[in-house]
Every structure is written in C-alpha cells, then in structure tokens.
Design a protein around this ligand. Structure first.
Ligand SMILES: Nc1ncnc2c1ncn2[C@@H]1O[C@H](COP(=O)(O)OP(=O)(O)OP(=O)(O)O)[C@@H](O)[C@H]1O
Ligand SMILES: [Mg+2]
Length: 229
C-alpha cells in the first residue's frame, strides 16, 4: 500500500545541509499497525511529511497504492491527503473554533454538504469520546482530549491510513494508553496505522511491527515490537 524506495531527504534551508533521511526503503501493507521509533531528530516527522507530499524527497520514489507520489497531479495529492489522515505532533487545532467546529471545518473546506457534516461529525466525536465536549474550545481541553480531537480531525474523511506523529508526547501514562487504545480501536476497524513515537512502553505493549530509525537510517525492522535504541 505504501512503499518508500531508496528515499533520501536533505534539507537545504540552513547554511549547512541537514541529511534527515538516508536511503530509506520499506513497505507497509494494508491493515498493518507499524510503529516508527527513533530518537529526536532521527527523521520520523520528515518521513510523515514525505508521505503526504508536504516535502519532496531529494532522492528515491514513494508509492501510494502503486502510484508514484512524485508524479501526482494536484488532484491526486488532494486525494492522497484524504486517504491518509495525519495526527500532527503539535495537534494543529483551530484555537478560535470549538471542538465540533474544529471537525466540521475539515469537511467544509472540501465542500461537504450540511447533511453529510451533521451526520459524520457526531459519529467521529463519539468514536474519540468527545461528544460531551462539543462546545468547548481547545484551550479548555486536557492534553489527552486535544489529542483525541486531533485524531477526530484525521478520521473525518474515513481515511485508509492514519499516521500519528508522536501522539502521546505530552501526555501522562493514563492518557497515553487511552490514545493508544483509541488507535487500536481504529486499527480494529480496518485502518492501517503508522505511529511515530519514542515511547518505549507503548512499543513493548503493542507487540506490532517496529521500524527503528537512527540518524535518518533504518537500523532495524522487527515484526514484533522491540524497542532498541
Ligand atoms: N525544515 C527543515 N530545515 C532544516 N532541517 C530540518 C527541517 N526539518 C527537519 N530538519 C532536521 O532534520 C532532522 C530530522 O528531523 P525530524 O523532524 O524528521 O525528526 P524527528 O525524528 O521527527 O524528531 P522529534 O522526535 O524531535 O520530533 C533533524 O536534524 C532536524 O533538525
Ligand atoms: Mg518529529
């Protein structure tokens, strides 16, 4: 479903070029739950950005369902971003909109009908357990609730893949496992999950495939949850 083929990414924005990914190759099949682990700066967020074409690789080719992302036209990219829901490291919530409006907005920008919006939004809010917080603003939510709202926003297009970039970074243990259980629930419904994290405990409990990045290179790809750094 997703294939990275000899991907390198070099950022040239600063004086000295930064090599964020070095000749990275892997494949993710439909329905997998894959964790990408690695220390800060290992290249996890870069990998996510390349996947949704927010950044372009310096070398190599990325495929989504057999199609080269590098050769996609704007309409294809739009389709890609609907099929892959991203939960960003920094939530990316709209602070001037309440919980319900944060989710509605995602549908409005693609021109969804009011009927579809009023059917789908309560469904995803229910899914993430925020139905009773609909009129609260992001600043009134706990870290775990904000993260669940970010997941609701990623879920609204019923994507085939959810990519969660360090979704538990700022959370305590209780909220961390609530988020992980939510991702497991979404996975159970047939969605492919890619989870970038540096939380050892999560990985050991999940028992799924783990790809380990170190300084932009894949150093391990284990079928069953091992966290070795
Ligand atoms: N826009 C950019 N310009 C220059 N360098 C960048 C840019 N974005 C990321 N980098 C560098 O690329 C490397 C990989 O960054 P990336 O954000 O992918 O790491 P990460 O694994 O997500 O880290 P963290 O766990 O801290 O989120 C780092 O050295 C980072 O400083
Ligand atoms: Mg990151």
């Amino acid at each position: 479903m997703i294939k990275f083929q000899n991907i390198s990414k070099i950022y040239h924005s600063s004086k000295t070029p930064v090599v964020a990914l070095k000749d990275v190759s892997f494949e993710i099949k439909q329905g997998e739950f894959v964790s990408i682990v690695g220390k800060s700066g290992a290249g996890k967020t870069t990998l996510v950005k390349l996947l949704i074409s927010e950044e372009k690789p310096s070398r190599g080719e990325i495929f989504f369902k057999g199609k080269k992302i590098g050769e996609m036209c704007p309409a294809d990219i739009q389709y890609l971003r609907k099929r892959i829901g991203v939960v960003h490291q920094d939530y990316k919530l709209l602070t001037s909109k309440n919980v319900k409006e944060n989710v509605e907005y995602i549908m409005q920008v693609i021109g969804a009908s009011d009927k579809d919006i009023s059917r789908d939004v309560p469904q995803v809010l229910e899914m993430v357990g925020l139905l009773d917080r609909q009129t609260n603003f992001p600043e009134e939510l706990s870290g775990g609730e904000k993260q669940r709202l970010a997941i609701a926003r990623a879920l609204i297009h019923r994507p085939e893949v959810i990519v969660a970039d360090e979704p538990t970074g700022n959370l305590d243990l209780y909220n961390t496992f609530e988020i992980i259980n939510l991702l497991k629930k979404i996975h159970g419904l047939g969605t492919t999950i890619i989870l970038a994290t540096h939380n050892r405990e999560i990985i050991e409990r999940l028992g799924h495939r783990v790809i380990t990045l170190e300084k932009g290179k894949i150093i391990r790809d284990d079928q069953e949850g091992k966290f070795i750094l």
